[in-house]
Write a protein that binds this ligand. Structure first.
Ligand code: SF4
Length: 396
């Protein structure tokens, strides 16, 4: 039996995160938010399937108006992610129970305003409308001021020997960013928040959350592997990270992010349940289970996906690149322009979807935009080229 730690307990709508509450399962609606009837229907179905908190994407006034309609049609607990637009907080807060902000994004809008002022504003909104906050740190959008901190180069290459000293130098920017924000929130007397520190690499998720939990055992943690990809790999990566942490008693809420269609999002809840069942039974996955050397990541898709073919494209790419599974490259497939251009920068082969075309990148270098029917062939050719270079280098 796992002994769960006892953190602060925060109220989120009709439920709680932390304290002695059971681990809260979260997911996200991926319908178009402005289609409020479809989104409310999706939210209600996800709540019936066992999600205790459901995120809805909100980008603009149409989405805010839709959120008001969704609120009328559901009693489920709702959250939103502010992405870069922290000013939306006051408009969405009346309709939701939790707001997530990202310390790496909060710099972008009004760059001359200190981040502390922006967070104070978010706290004022949270107090006024009785909502909780999540400080959501993500490896794909690290606070730029933290990147120079004790960083030893490749942010996604984690030593497999468990050398904590070396590994800490990699996850330090994530950790430093989270710690800075929780210290600030505490200093202004606001404690109704949880923290997430996500990476697409399961081992990084384990190490950085474990360390954060050591330093701040009082703060509830939202666990997740970002861009884990389509099942079954997305489930495997999530199990590798989350089962270890939960077995150590760490983690008060969780989301398994899977690249699946909008009407299949209940798979995220089923995967979360599987993880909790395994942990409760003491039957966790062997942490040394190897992952293929070819790392394929993809976003879970959401309302912002610019073409409904994204999920199928991500799946096709997994199949089309099976031949390269033993090569140490990274492929990233992202559903839209919000996170696509930035999060593909660190991949060897990056694809991010536009309305009609898919943008293909070689690292941070754009290669071109291609139709949904032709981009897989182009991506495979790029990958083969990299494999040829790799083989040539390793022959000599
Ligand atoms: S990349 Fe775009 S579509 Fe994918 S989850 Fe992020 S915001 Fe949604």
């Amino acid at each position: 039996m796992t002994t769960r730690r006892i953190t602060r307990k925060i109220k989120v709508g009709s439920t709680f995160i932390g304290g002695e509450s059971p681990v809260l399962i979260q997911t996200m609606a991926a319908t178009k938010t402005h289609d409020f009837e479809a989104t409310a229907d999706s939210v209600n179905k996800l709540a019936e399937s066992g999600a205790g908190l459901i995120r809805v994407a909100v980008d603009n006034s149409d989405d805010v108006n839709a959120l008001a309609e969704i609120r009328k049609r559901t009693t489920a607990n709702l959250s939103v992610d502010l992405q870069e637009n922290f000013r939306l907080a006051e408009r969405v807060a009346p309709y939701v129970d939790k707001i997530r902000y990202n310390p790496g994004h909060i710099h972008h809008l009004d760059p001359n305003t200190p981040w502390q002022k922006k967070v104070e504003y978010l706290v004022d909104v949270a107090r006024k409308y009785d909502v909780a906050l999540r400080v959501g740190v993500n490896c794909g959008s690290i606070d730029p001021t933290k990147l120079t901190l004790n960083r030893s180069g490749d942010a996604v290459s984690i030593p497999s020997n468990g050398d904590l000293t070396k590994t800490e130098s990699i996850f330090d920017p994530l950790l430093a960013s989270a710690l800075e924000h929780v210290d600030f929130l505490d200093s202004i007397g606001f404690t109704r928040y949880c923290v997430s520190i996500k990476s697409s690499d399961p081992q990084t998720v384990v190490l950085v959350n474990r360390r954060f939990a050591e330093l701040r055992p009082d703060i509830p943690l939202h666990l997740g592997v970002t861009e884990a990809g389509a099942p079954p790999m997305g489930i495997l990566k999530s199990r590798l990270a989350l089962e270890q942490l939960l077995a150590e008693g760490i983690g008060e809420t969780m989301r398994v992010s899977l690249t699946v269609e909008a009407d299949q999002k209940a798979e995220e809840i089923q995967a979360a349940r599987l993880i909790l069942t395994n942990v409760a039974a003491g039957n966790i996955i062997d942490p040394s289970t190897p992952l293929p050397k070819l790392d394929i990541i993809s976003c879970p898709s959401c309302s912002r996906v610019q073409n409904g073919r994204f999920v199928e494209l991500a799946r096709q790419l997994v199949k089309a690149t099976e031949f390269a599974k033993d090569y140490p490259f990274k492929i990233a497939t992202m559903g839209c322009r919000v996170n696509g251009p930035g999060e593909t920068d660190q991949a060897d082969v990056g694809l991010w979807c536009g309305p009609d075309k898919v943008n293909l990148k070689d690292g941070s270098t754009p290669i071109g935009s291609f139709g949904y029917d032709e981009v897989i062939e182009k991506a495979v050719a790029l990958l083969k080229n990299k494999i040829d270079q790799f083989n040539a280098q390793h022959k000599s």
